[in-house]
Design a binder for this molecule. Structure first.
Ligand code: ATP
Ligand code: MG
Length: 217
């Protein structure tokens, strides 16, 4: 009796407006073209309880953000629900999961103020994510000015993170590239200032490797 192969877990990371959602759809289309069953999801969010936490954190009552520690706890609560309800069952069934933001975003956004130590964030991540580490994390990297122009062109209302100043977005960019440097096997930094099709080609070169390794397992 053959066992169903575990699906692959891909996370997309990077600052606001770098093109994560755009890339997610492109990768879904390319994977579907290879006959791979894939679901798209996002963080914070996914299943209904986690989506409710998303709304609470991104548009907090009264407009004032939670403290970084409270945010970190809420993000991890949402993540645990997401893993239990959606990500782990999908992977176990052989479905690939492409998640728009995951634990690296918590390291970056809740760590960037310096108010929550990296050790606390790492402990939370270890407990919450456990063995369900991403197989591949694509970190989209673009100058803050490029991402800002894209967000401005897209319009729409801004959440509590988007509203922060350029220094904040610059710190976010640096923190993501630090993660890419620290974990080069899992994380691939992608120059996201290029046209979307080129970004998708660069990302696909890594996803295709995962496809090959999935076939031989
Ligand atoms: N490589 C690209 N070149 C030019 N424009 C792009 C590129 N990728 C995405 N865009 C456009 O930039 C805007 C932001 O892209 P997208 O929504 O994919 O970013 P995001 O990283 O998901 O943003 P957010 O963090 O706010 O969800 C969109 O209007 C999208 O069409
Ligand atoms: Mg998006």
């Amino acid at each position: 009796m053959s066992q169903t192969a575990r699906g692959r877990f891909i996370t997309l990371e990077g600052g606001e407006g770098t093109g994560k959602s755009t890339l997610q759809i492109a990768l879904r289309d390319r994977l579907a073209g290879q006959g791979v069953e894939v679901i798209l999801t996002r963080e914070p969010g996914g299943p209904p309880r986690a989506e409710a936490i998303r709304a609470l954190v991104l548009t907090p009552p009264g407009g004032q953000p939670f403290s970084p520690l409270a945010e970190a706890l809420l993000m991890n609560a949402a993540r645990r629900d997401h893993l239990d309800e959606l990500i782990r069952p999908a992977l176990a069934a052989g479905t690939w999961v492409i998640c728009d933001r995951f634990s690296d975003s918590t390291r970056v956004y809740q760590g960037v103020s310096g108010e929550v130590s990296p050790e606390v964030l790492q402990n939370l991540e270890d407990h919450v994510v456990g063995p369900t580490r991403p197989d591949l994390t694509l970190i989209l990297d673009a100058p803050v000015s490029v991402a800002h122009e894209r967000r401005a062109a897209r319009k729409g209302s801004q959440d509590v993170f988007e509203q922060r100043d350029l220094d904040f977005h610059q710190s976010v960019r640096l923190a993501f590239s630090d993660i890419a440097r620290a974990e080069p096997v899992r994380c691939k930094l992608i120059d996201a200032s290029r046209p979307a099709s080129e970004v998708a080609d660069a990302a696909w070169s890594y996803v295709a490797q995962l496809l090959t390794s999935a076939e031989v397992h």
